[in-house]
Design a protein around this ligand. Structure first.
Ligand code: SF4
Length: 350
């Protein structure tokens, strides 16, 4: 199969065939897939695909396949339960301190693995109406526990810079919203869309308080990424509230929480160390209280120079502890613990 270069986003299976990105024999099946799930392959993504490679990893992400017509019993149109946690249109409030704000239902590319594939794409739901958007903002204003708003959809960077400026200003005007996260594939899938205007729209003006925060902001504004390495210290940060405040402060300063070190066995430091069991308990509490952005890896440096090992709590129980009689053929079912400590089966029973 040879490929011709596309200059526009490919949206029809016939176009994929014409550009050498799908076999002509698959066209009828691909038409059926496209009738159900949106298709879009930007020129940037198409250019990365090697049509001679049947396992091309870029093609696997964006080129539809007849296999998409098969649904397994454990698969679900709303696999992570957005609907159950949507109090008003456009909002998903699953965890106490953060909400999803779904502004649009279109994307630059349509990923074949998309977990919202039944909700995204032309012809599905469209952008929030003006009234629904205002209702979503009112919901966030009325919930002071919302520290982080995650713009998602669809891909929020499909909005115009003008609209993004308005959204960012609206959110920045809510005091308790300290973090705005954006879920997007645009910078990779359609980099030309990230214009100066768009970057300016995303840059929320805010005051930096405190010398340490200002110093970090100077370093990060110079293009140097920062990550944190904290030590778990008895009487300093070994309670959930202190750890939560520390990790939130890092993220507000654009510093990624990286490691939470269990205290090393240095001479004369026993009074500052806590136990691994207590550390695990704190990590569980942190998982229940704050965003995934705020989760460091809890690690111990193995004495003798064997390197670090993650020692955080395990949320997946041994498959052997579950009756194999109830498994689907070829499928192992696990017990998995959620952030509240409740236990669920994975995959769930159909
Ligand atoms: S960009 Fe995100 S929302 Fe859009 S299709 Fe891909 S995974 Fe789904």
């Amino acid at each position: 199969m040879s490929r011709t270069t596309s200059v526009t986003t490919l949206r029809e299976p016939a176009e994929l065939v014409a550009h050498g990105l799908a076999p002509a024999a698959d066209l009828p099946d691909l038409e059926r897939v496209a009738a159900r799930y949106a298709v879009a392959v930007t020129p940037d993504m198409a250019a990365l695909i090697d049509p001679r490679d049947p396992d091309d990893p870029i093609a696997r992400q964006f080129i539809p396949s007849a296999e998409e017509l098969t649904t397994q019993p454990s698969e679900d149109a709303d696999p992570i339960g957005d609907h159950a946690h949507s109090p008003v249109a456009g909002i998903v409030h699953r965890y106490p301190d953060r909400v999803l704000l779904k502004l649009v239902h279109i994307c630059a590319v349509y990923c074949r693995f998309c977990f919202r594939r039944e909700m995204v794409g032309p012809g599905k739901a469209t952008a929030l109406s003006h009234a629904a958007y205002n209702g979503a903002l009112d919901y966030i204003r009325a919930h002071p526990e919302v520290w982080e708003v995650i713009l998602t959809g669809g891909d929020p960077l499909m909005l115009s810079p003008r609209r993004l400026t308005e959204v960012m200003a609206d959110l920045a005007g809510i005091d308790h919203v300290r973090i705005i996260r954006i879920h997007t594939r645009v910078p990779v899938a359609d980099p030309a869309r990230v214009s100066r205007e768009m970057v300016a729209a995303l840059k929320v003006k805010g005051a930096t308080t405190g010398q340490a925060r200002a110093a970090c902001a100077d370093i990060i504004d110079a293009g140097i990424p920062m990550v944190s390495q904290s030590v778990l210290l008895r009487g300093v940060n070994d309670d959930a509230a202190a750890l939560e405040a520390l990790m939130r402060a890092f993220v507000e300063c654009r510093i990624k929480p990286y490691y939470l070190h269990h205290g090393d066995l240095a001479p004369g430091t026993a009074h500052l160390r806590t136990t691994l069991a207590h550390g695990q308990q704190l990590m569980r509490a942190l998982r229940g209280r704050v965003s995934g952005l705020c989760q460091p890896d809890y690690v111990v440096d193995i004495p003798g120079g064997h390197g670090k090992a993650p020692v955080g709590p395990n949320y997946l129980s041994d498959a052997n502890s579950f009756s194999r009689e109830r498994e689907q053929p070829g499928e192992t079912r696990y017990r998995i613990i959620d952030y509240c400590g409740d236990v669920h089966l994975y995959p769930p029973e159909p």
